[in-house]
Design a protein around this ligand. Structure first.
Ligand SMILES: *[C@@H]1O[C@H](CO)[C@@H](O)[C@H](O)[C@H]1NC(C)=O
Ligand SMILES: *[C@@H]1O[C@H](CO)[C@@H](O)[C@H](O)[C@H]1NC(C)=O
Ligand SMILES: *[C@@H]1O[C@H](CO)[C@@H](O)[C@H](O)[C@H]1NC(C)=O
Ligand SMILES: *[C@@H]1O[C@H](CO)[C@@H](O)[C@H](O)[C@H]1NC(C)=O
Ligand SMILES: *[C@@H]1O[C@H](CO)[C@@H](O)[C@H](O)[C@H]1NC(C)=O
Length: 324
């Protein structure tokens, strides 16, 4: 009995020690990978989730002297893509399309935005997506068109990004975009960079033939406002009491009623609808100065667009594949 117990004792001790060694080994591997991953992330493209909430190992590797000012001067942009919980394929596709673009001297976070989950399977798939990508915002609302989702989006942001360890403002500009628009992130950042960071209302002026950004409103395909306007939407009574109607027109009405958006930028024709068919409205030919192409309703349109903008041209050569 005694020897058996002693034997069990020493073998379990041996087991514990070797487990500990193994765990240390795993930790070492994990931390090496984390550093490598962080270096990749540091190209500052989107899909890094909640950046300020974690200390990036890459940051720690930088010289301590100047690391505190690291991101403060870079332009920070949030793009909220309005979509529905069930649009899994669309989200994964957009992650691919944006995850392969790189942006210099700006940080662009892309988040998918929808209202409350309603189905059991959403509470599995969407939660797994969040665990993997952390690029989803779930608003406190019921899915709706023209009943205030845009309001809920903008007015929820100040509280969502109200962490003391973030720079202020958390984003200089906040964009709202459709899920059938293709943003060219570098061009978007370049076009916003020279503009005022206060009281700015940026987008594609409606109607199509108008070039006056002070009349009417910016199209829902994708418009941006500066952070002070986001806060105003949250704090003012004007948006709160004018919720019903076509969301983007209603947003323009708030700007008018509240005398906001004294700085406006008409992004026409750097933003436009897909050029075909010719009877489509608000279209433009593809051209290099493009910030965004809208109405990418089917795969063919996406393919044409991605081809024109050379989305696949940076493929690294390798012995592992051939694509032509
Ligand atoms: C920090 O960076 C600034 C400009 O980026 C430079 O002028 C300054 O010398 C740097 N300070 C130190 C301590 O390296
Ligand atoms: C969500 O909104 C409802 C009213 O629409 C409110 O009663 C509830 O407290 C809100 N929940 C959260 C978590 O903010
Ligand atoms: C959305 O979900 C939250 C949390 O489950 C709940 O408090 C809220 O009432 C829901 N809002 C609506 C508009 O259904
Ligand atoms: C942000 O947080 C601070 C301190 O926690 C609080 O005083 C302030 O009211 C909050 N602002 C918003 C918009 O939630
Ligand atoms: C795509 O690549 C071709 C060939 O290198 C080049 O001529 C063209 O200007 C590029 N198009 C854009 C939009 O950058």
């Amino acid at each position: 009995m005694a020897t058996k117990a002693a034997f069990a004792d020493s073998s379990s001790r041996r087991f514990i020690v070797s487990s500990l060694v193994f765990i240390l080994f795993l930790c070492a591997i994990a931390s090496i990978n984390e550093v490598r991953f962080a270096a990749v992330r540091n190209i500052k493209c989107a899909f890094t989730g909640n950046p300020a909430s974690e200390i990036s190992p890459a940051l720690l590797l930088q010289p301590a002297s100047n690391s505190s000012s690291d991101d403060d001067d870079d332009l920070r942009i949030l793009i909220g893509i309005m979509t529905l919980p069930d649009q899994y394929m669309r989200r994964n596709f957009l992650r691919l399309v944006y995850g392969t673009q790189s942006v210099t001297n700006a940080r662009i976070d892309i988040k998918f935005v929808f209202c409350n989950l309603t189905k059991e399977e959403q509470r599995v798939w969407v939660v797994l997506e969040i665990m993997k990508y952390d690029d989803i915002i779930i608003l406190n609302c019921t899915e709706n068109m023209n009943r205030g989702k845009t309001y809920t989006y903008f007015s929820s942001l100040p509280e969502m990004f109200n962490d003391s360890d973030r720079p202020y403002p958390p984003y200089h500009y906040v964009m709202k975009g459709d899920d059938d628009i293709y943003f060219r992130l570098e061009n978007l950042a370049e076009s916003l960079k020279p503009l005022p960071r206060e009281d700015l209302y940026y987008g594609f002026v409606i109607p199509c033939n108008s070039m006056d950004p002070f009349k009417h409103y910016m199209a829902g395909m994708g418009f941006a406002v500066s952070w002070d306007i986001v806060r105003w939407v949250r704090d003012s009574d004007i948006p709160r009491s004018h919720l019903v109607g076509p969301e983007d027109k209603v947003f323009g009405d708030w700007m008018k009623m509240g005398r906001r958006g004294r700085n406006r930028h008409n992004a026409k024709w750097s933003m436009y609808n897909f050029p075909e068919p010719p009877n489509l409205q608000c279209t433009h030919e593809f051209w290099p100065e493009t910030v965004a192409v809208h109405l990418l309703k089917n795969e063919r349109r996406w393919i044409k667009t991605l081809q024109y903008f050379n989305a696949t041209s940076n493929l690294r050569p390798s012995k592992l594949y051939h694509v032509s």
